[in-house]
Design a protein around this ligand. Structure first.
Ligand code: XMP
Length: 523
């Protein structure tokens, strides 16, 4: 067995929409953590993970509701530091003998609030309350509040709606805060996590160099002499997966690049060329666009599109897998956010927004086992790994592209005509972004063709063509995003170029919705 032990931190998820951000903050501190939905956290799991510290996430429930989420009692007896956040604080107080009260208008707090310290400053608050204002901005989102702290706890910070905003039992190393230190609106929040992991004795042993070596050994162990098929999309995730596998098992890897007809302009040729020119990897270019576009004909519901594409991907892989002798494994570039989202889809606490198709949909009937070497990583960590593996910077820096491709950038019914227009318009848009030197500042940019035609006038003639939406966002991990503030000059120039250069578009909109409340893709 490959045994590479990192210090591990367990995050028990009570259903907050921002639980993943806790993991982000910890990874930034080179601390390895795992998120598990509260239902899955049994005594056995605690034993298996042997966490060096535990964090209770926030969540939408009320601890006073019968049957509301709880950690196992054993968590408190492990003798490891615990940090409770928002609902996590309330759970901790409730479980340990304090009292929580239902939200009233006067004590509920949503949004920005200011915490002021009490007399004593524990080490947990090192670096806080230092800027001379005597307070710290935090982000609150709670209806219920702690009315009485549990025995052994003291108060170290208060806000107008949360008299117990920061509490701790210093003896047991239990910390509990009412606000969310993981979000950007708590500007000094990372310090809380830094202090917590330091107090818990983490050494920051989670690095990409170590991860690469560990994964190569794990892949070799998992795969043995068997053959692996890797679905290549040309995106960063699948490219890093392929190269990591190639490094681990060389000739035992065959990559299958499925062209579903929903790729960007000339993308198929570029991806194939990049892999054939730079790597000695066996690569099958499967042009299955007729199959995919045929099945999608007449379909306009976003979830149905995703399901159809997900299923066809599997069918196509199966077809090629059958042709490859000894193929027993399928490698996928599944990332940690996908893992978390699909865990919560099947019974976890957070609400389903979209069913990303790359995880969970693979039926056992495929007869292939999964190799998912990026399962523990966030997007920016995958980029760091790509860098570590020597992938060209132009590839590492590519904007993410969703598995269902242009299907979800073509709201409503997909037609070949619309796709061809979209491909051209998207190419002009991206060219503009590159020409203006903005590509690397933007996390993801793309065009979407809207399911509407509008009237225009070009020359002396009337036009009745499609409208196009342009989208560009900044983000760290795709979980939250801000729309990119292009200048009006840029938008005007881009709109003119698209309308002049792309037949079929006569109107261009810029989408200035952030996430939330929007999502990045239109569907
Ligand atoms: P949303 O639209 O959910 O997108 O805000 C967040 C990130 O995920 C990508 N995305 C997908 N990726 N399969 C994928 O592989 C999907 O079904 C899917 N839907 C969205 C999206 O491009 C963005 O980077």
């Amino acid at each position: 067995m490959t045994q590479v032990i990192h210090d591990r931190l367990l995050i028990i998820d009570f259903g907050s929409q921002v639980t993943q951000l806790i993991a982000r903050r910890l990874r930034e501190l080179n601390v390895f953590c795992e998120i598990h939905p509260y239902q899955n956290v049994t005594e056995a799991l605690l034993k298996e993970i042997a966490p060096k510290a535990i964090i209770f996430s926030g969540g939408p429930d009320s601890v006073m509701r019968e049957g509301s989420p709880r950690p196992p009692k054993a968590a408190y007896d492990l003798g490891v530091p615990i940090l409770g956040i928002c609902y996590g604080q309330q759970v901790m107080m409730h479980d340990l003998g304090g009292r929580v009260e239902a939200g009233e208008h006067a004590t509920a707090e949503f949004g920005r609030a200011y915490v002021t310290p009490t007399e004593t400053r524990p080490e947990f608050l090192n670096g806080w309350f230092m800027d001379g204002t005597g307070k710290e901005q935090v982000w609150m989102s709670h209806g219920d509040h702690v009315a009485e702290i549990a025995p052994g706890f003291e108060v170290f910070g208060t806000s107008p709606g949360a008299p117990f905003a920061i509490t701790a039992d210093l003896e047991r190393n239990f910390y509990a805060v009412q606000f969310h230190p993981e979000v950007h609106h708590t500007p000094n929040g990372a310090t809380i996590y830094e202090n917590f992991v330091r107090l818990a004795g983490f050494t920051g042993d989670w690095t990409m160099g170590a991860y690469r070596e560990e994964m190569i050994a794990k892949i070799r162990e998992q795969v043995g002499d068997n053959h692996v098929i890797c679905g290549l999309s040309g995106g960063v995730d699948s490219s890093v997966t392929a190269i990591l596998l190639h490094e681990a098992i060389g000739e035992q890897l065959t990559c299958v690049f499925v062209d579903h007809g929903l790729l960007r302009l000339n993308e198929a040729e570029q991806v194939v060329k990049m892999f054939r020119d730079n790597y000695n990897i066996k690569l099958i270019h499967a042009d299955e666009s007729d199959l995919f576009l045929g099945e999608l004909e007449g379909v306009s519901d976003p979830e149905t599109k995703r399901k159809i594409i997900g299923k066809l991907f599997i069918d196509v892989f199966q077809k090629y897998a059958n042709e490859i002798k000894d193929a027993k494994f399928l490698a996928q570039g599944t990332l940690y956010p996908d893992v978390i989202e699909s865990v919560s889809f099947s019974g976890g606490p957070s609400v389903t927004i979209k069913s990303h198709h790359n995880v969970g949909g693979l039926p056992e009937k495929m007869g292939l086992k999964l190799v998912e070497p990026l399962r523990a990583l966030f997007k920016d960590e995958v980029r760091a790994l790509g860098h570590e593996l020597g992938l060209p910077a132009s590839f590492i820096g590519r904007h993410p592209f969703p598995g269902p491709g242009l299907a979800i950038r073509c709201p409503g019914e997909i037609t070949r005509e619309k796709l061809a227009i979209l491909q051209k318009a998207d190419a002009v848009y991206i060219d503009q972004i590159r020409k203006h030197g903005l590509y690397d500042e933007i996390w993801q940019a793309f065009a979407a063709i809207l399911p509407m035609r509008t009237v225009g006038v070009m020359g002396d003639g009337r036009t009745y063509d499609f409208a196009l939406a342009l989208r560009a966002v900044t983000s760290v991990d795709g979980m939250t995003a801000d729309y990119y503030p292009f200048s009006h000059d840029f938008l005007g120039e881009t709109s003119t170029r698209i309308i002049n250069e792309v037949k079929g578009i006569n109107r261009v909109f810029y989408d200035c919705t952030s996430k939330p409340p929007g999502t990045i893709e239109l569907e």
